[in-house]
Design a protein around this ligand. Structure first.
Ligand code: HEM
Length: 310
């Protein structure tokens, strides 16, 4: 009997856990007798995950397009997961903040360097066939990408550069949304008319976006940074991490994306038109868009030259 493990303490803890929620410990222990041992495929839900890549055409390279977009959405989810922990931390310090920012940056670094999977990984002629079945959809309609932006910075930094001076920081959320930089991809600014790309996107996500914008208005990464004590805001490692994140998302990823778009849309078989129908060349380049999450962390010269040296 000496070698017999002693389960008393774990049983006591279990008993306390179930007692606290008015549950019978014995019933739960009995349930364990019949529960299935876990397997990798059940835990990861491999079958469900691998059943989601559904082509609209018979062209094999469409699978690369779908698969890579889905990988991006999964990584976007992981990024939002990390940002949320900074947003909700009640005892935020520089080490935790920097650690989370570097996690998020590593994901974005990975997305930037892997963009070649898109740029080199599909046959241009095939792309220019299957893309016609995707019109008028576009990666522009990635809601998680927009959530990452809302969660990263103050709304004023996402307002179209042309309207920034005329928009009050306390403007209603709905008004701010109408003037976000990305409206330019789906709006004719002479007539104000919205494209189908934008109409569909807003019909599906507008309410969700407004709620999220409200929640993150005071919890976005920049607001949380500004809440830190002055000395912490000067912490070199943290500032470096903030700048790295800003540059990776708003220059490296944007350029990797722009170069992939150029390769297909302006390639031999391309017709120069984006599936979403935007004036994409001008819209997508960081030197025009000038989307910067943390402008106060860059010098006037760096701000002036944003996206020009790539
Ligand atoms: C061959 C690959 C790709 C091409 C040719 C391409 C092309 C474009 C174009 C032309 C736009 C501008 C809007 C429009 O008129 O459609 C756009 C926007 C966008 N795409 Fe892609 N894209 C590609 C891959 C991806 C991937 C893999 C993602 C990841 C989810 C993505 C996410 C986005 C996002 C988030 C926007 C909005 C960006 C912004 O507003 O600045 N795209 N894309």
């Amino acid at each position: 009997m000496q070698d017999q493990p002693n389960y008393d303490s774990i049983l006591n803890e279990l008993h306390k856990k179930y007692d606290d929620i008015n549950q019978d410990t014995e019933t739960h222990l009995e349930g364990l007798l019949h529960s299935k041992p876990i397997t990798y495929w059940d835990y990861i839900h491999t079958d469900a995950l691998l059943s989601l890549q559904i082509q609209r055409t018979t062209l094999p390279d469409e699978m690369v397009f779908i698969g890579y977009h889905q990988i991006n959405e999964l990584i976007f989810k992981m990024i939002l997961w990390e940002i949320q922990q900074v947003a909700e931390n009640e005892d935020l310090n520089t080490v935790f903040f920097e650690n989370k920012l570097m996690r998020v940056s590593r994901y974005f670094d990975m997305l930037s360097t892997s963009f070649n999977i898109m740029r080199e990984g599909m046959d241009v002629a095939q792309y220019n066939k299957f893309r016609h079945t995707l019109t008028p959809a576009s990666g522009f309609q990635s809601a998680q990408y927009r959530l990452i932006e809302f969660a990263s910075t103050e709304l004023i930094n996402l307002i179209d550069y042309r309207f920034r001076k005329t928009i009050d920081r306390n403007t209603p959320f709905e008004h701010a949304l109408e003037h976000l930089y990305w409206q330019a991809a789906g709006k004719d600014y002479n007539t104000g008319e919205k494209s189908t790309l934008l109409i569909n996107f807003e019909k599906r996500y507008k309410e969700e976006f407004i709620t999220f914008m409200k929640v993150y208005n005071t919890k976005n990464l920049w607001s949380r940074f500004k809440e830190l004590p002055e000395a912490d805001q000067k912490n070199e490692d943290l500032v470096k991490a903030m700048r790295h994140y800003d540059y990776t998302v708003n220059v490296s990823w944007v350029m990797a994306h722009y170069n992939a778009a150029k390769h297909y849309i302006l390639g031999e078989d391309g017709d120069g038109e984006a599936t979403g129908g935007s004036d994409w060349q001008k819209y997508m380049h960081p030197k025009y868009q000038k989307r910067i999450f943390f402008p106060e962390l860059w010098s006037p010269e760096e701000l002036d030259n944003w996206g020009k040296d790539v």
